[in-house]
Write a protein that binds this ligand. Structure first.
Ligand SMILES: [Zn+2]
Length: 239
């Protein structure tokens, strides 16, 4: 996080596209925008001095476990450029989002609680998946944010683990037992499950079959159905 002065959105977009929507080193879609020569030496957001990295590789660069020249070659030849099949993307015309056996098509705001967006999904450049996710703990502290795949965590990323295997993303917080999992299947459907997330102190859990708020199943009427072009997928209230 030390390099994580927030770059203007248009520079973030430029860096994300240049890296084919993944960490330049490993292809993980969850990103930080890192200065190659440190910001405090440059005092500017220069795209040529910046690169998209996952939180793990960003941390390793901070610790000088990755050299500047390695990073510059990764920027010039990012992982996803030569591993298109590994990218977190769905190239079919329609994207299906499966949340507890409710299927949403062309619906961006997937889960909204008390009018607050918890999980949203969209695609950029026709196929690359971008998440907005807000992670609250049970005391209603916002402890991590994914915003168009850009990662921000309150106390750095050390207690978080962001793992990526081709087409399968897992975000975990071990001390708070939070897990968010998103996997692409059949190149058209993305399945989301989660545990340990909260909003307004209420636990929120998504299994393969259920969506639970305060341990009660919600959106039962939508179960087993395919919903198209909804403004909001699942809207719930904590009270
Ligand atoms: Zn990485």
């Amino acid at each position: 996080m030390s390099t994580n002065n927030i770059a203007p959105l248009q520079i973030q977009t430029q860096l994300r596209k240049a890296a084919f929507y993944g960490c330049a080193i490993c292809g993980c879609p969850i990103l930080e925008y890192v200065h190659i020569v440190p910001y405090y030496n440059i005092q500017a957001f220069l795209p040529e001095n910046m690169v998209a990295l996952c939180p793990y590789h960003s941390m390793r660069y901070d610790l000088k476990e990755i050299s500047e020249s390695t990073l510059r070659s990764a920027k010039a030849d990012p992982y996803n450029k030569v591993h298109q099949q590994d990218t977190f993307s769905i190239s079919s015309q329609e994207m299906y989002v499966n949340v507890g056996k409710r299927i949403f098509v062309n619906t961006s705001r997937i889960l909204v609680v008390d009018d607050f967006d918890i999980i949203s999904i969209k695609r950029e450049d026709g196929k690359y998946i971008l998440f907005d996710i807000n992670f609250f703990d049970k005391l209603n502290n916002l402890i991590a944010i994914v915003s168009e795949n850009r990662w921000t965590a309150e106390r750095g990323s050390r207690e978080w683990s962001i793992m990526y295997k081709p087409r399968h993303l897992t975000i975990k917080n071990y001390s708070k037992n939070i897990i968010f999992d998103a996997e692409i299947k059949n190149n058209k459907e993305i399945t989301i499950t989660s545990a340990g997330m909260h909003y307004n102190g209420s636990p929120l859990r998504i299994t393969e079959n259920e969506i639970l708020l305060n341990n009660d199943e919600i959106a039962i009427d939508l179960k087993g159905t395919e919903l198209r072009n909804y403004e909001v997928g699942i809207a719930a209230e904590t009270l």
